[in-house]
Design a protein around this ligand. Structure first.
Ligand SMILES: Nc1ncnc2c1ncn2[C@@H]1O[C@H](COP(=O)(O)OP(=O)(O)O)[C@@H](O)[C@H]1O
Ligand SMILES: [Mg+2]
Length: 440
């Protein structure tokens, strides 16, 4: 096998060429046969002999043509099979020759990396994947040193700005006669899995939090009612006269009563967090809810040098609890404002994703950002990096959105900014409230 011959496409091109040149040979053969037959007729040879020569030529030509056609078809079928196999693989596959040119690329790879198919074949890998040094070094090592990587996880940003987590594998491509002839790169998109993992971790936190809060609320409630009853009894036992004289006693009792009220309020709030009160569901317009929230914060934003950009899309109505959704968006927007102490831009964008049957609300800031290692923690109860923070804004927002069947995801880059994306499902008539509605 000559260099490059193992790439099936060349064999196919050559096959097509030999088919074409042989066809010319066949036509020539038939013409010669016909000519001889005509000549022999004109020369007065026997008619039978002429016919025999012509038939012989035609027969040979036809046999040659058929044999070639069968061989070419077989080759074509083999190539189609390998194409189908390649296209059916959900991992991205790219094969490079020793010069680093792309010889083969499947659809998954094209979609994953967002490259143009017609530009890919024959392109130098350094040009095609030039913006990601990690992918480049994996390919270079495989091509130049025969060193491969296994399940290497890297981050990759596509031309449209999608952030992907890719798992890379490389293999050296060799053929028995020539040795190394190229390399293969396999890519698996782990982004979906990563997203699910972080959502599961968050769900765990919420569930654990729910359990702790429920038992805490229960444990506090009983002694509280005991104290409160005894306080009333004490007031009854102390005579009016005594109370008048003992202003001090009155004051102490008031303080105790006040503290009990505070504790009761706390328990009520905690219980509200765990067993959400039945949601007041109405048909609502998400853009209107956002407008109301932005109205609440506009003065503060302006004073802080923050401009507000609205990018609303036409949205279908959804069923939801206006007050709660307002609270959820407010928490996210306040965080965005607090992340830009020296001013910046707050963008609120909405989108109707027909494919997902969901509304997306993106709240972006150009603020301090969240380091990657902290991104999973921000939804934890009491997690805060602010001196005056409570660490309750995000867990409450997440709970409200989850109660609406939705989800919150975040993307952030320290020093650049943060985007929180709220996804809210839009349910069709008849099935609304299926899993909407409080859990309590
Ligand atoms: N838009 C944002 N930009 C940067 N950091 C954020 C943003 N939103 C939330 N955070 C981080 O998440 C933490 C938790 O947020 P939250 O639950 O609202 O509590 P709090 O705002 O009281 O700190 C914040 O302290 C901050 O570190
Ligand atoms: Mg907050």
């Amino acid at each position: 096998m000559g260099r490059g011959e193992m790439w099936g496409d060349r064999a196919l091109i050559e096959g097509r060429w030999s088919l074409r040149s042989h066809r010319i040979a066949v036509l020539t053969l038939m013409a010669i046969g016909g000519g001889i037959a005509l000549l022999s007729l004109l020369a007065g040879w026997a008619f039978k002999a002429a016919l025999l020569i012509a038939a012989g030529c035609a027969w040979t030509a036809l046999g040659l043509e058929l044999a070639l056609k069968v061989r070419y078809d077989k080759l074509l079928r083999l190539k189609l099979l390998s194409d189908y196999v390649l296209e059916s693989i959900t991992r991205g596959v790219i094969a490079f020759d020793l010069d680093g040119r792309v010889r083969l690329i499947n659809r998954a790879a094209i979609q994953m990396l967002e490259i143009q198919e017609e530009k890919a074949i024959g392109a130098d890998y350094r040009k095609l994947l030039g913006d990601n040094p990690l992918i480049l070094s994996c390919i270079r090592e495989a091509l130049e040193e025969g060193r491969t990587v296994e399940d290497k996880e890297i981050e990759h940003v596509t031309p449209s700005g999608r952030k992907l987590t890719l798992q890379l594998n490389t293999a050296v491509l060799s053929d028995p006669e020539e040795g190394r002839v190229g390399a293969i790169l396999l890519m698996k998109d782990l982004s979906e899995i990563k997203l699910l993992q972080s959502r599961i971790r968050r769900a765990d936190t919420l569930a654990a939090l729910g359990r702790i809060t429920a038992s805490l609320a229960h444990e506090i409630k009983n002694p509280l009612s005991g104290i409160s009853i005894n306080l009333e009894l004490l007031e009854e036992v102390l005579s009016e006269e005594e109370l008048k004289n003992e202003a001090e006693i009155r004051e102490h009792l008031n303080v105790i009563a006040g503290e009990i009220k505070r504790l009761e309020e706390l328990v009520k709030n905690l219980s509200r967090f765990v067993g959400t009160p039945a949601m007041r569901m109405t048909k609502l317009k998400v853009n209107d809810v956002l407008d109301r929230v932005l109205n609440l914060v506009k003065v503060e934003a302006r004073d802080q040098g923050i401009s507000i950009v609205r990018r609303y899309a036409e949205l279908p109505e959804i069923a939801g609890d206006v007050a709660q959704l307002q609270q959820a968006f407010l928490n996210l927007i306040i965080n965005a404002i607090e992340a830009m102490p020296d001013g910046g831009e707050l963008t609120v964008e909405t989108e109707w994703s027909r494919a997902e049957g969901a509304i997306k609300v993106r709240i972006s800031d150009t603020g301090v950002g969240i380091p990657p290692e902290d991104q999973d923690k921000v939804f934890e109860f009491y997690y805060t990096t602010k001196e005056e923070g409570t660490g309750m804004g995000l867990p409450i927002a997440l709970k409200i959105i989850k109660d609406h069947g939705g989800e919150i995801d975040l993307e952030s880059e320290p020093g650049i900014g943060t985007t929180f994306t709220v996804t809210l499902p839009v349910r069709g008539e008849g099935d609304e409230g299926e899993d909407i509605g409080g859990r309590g």
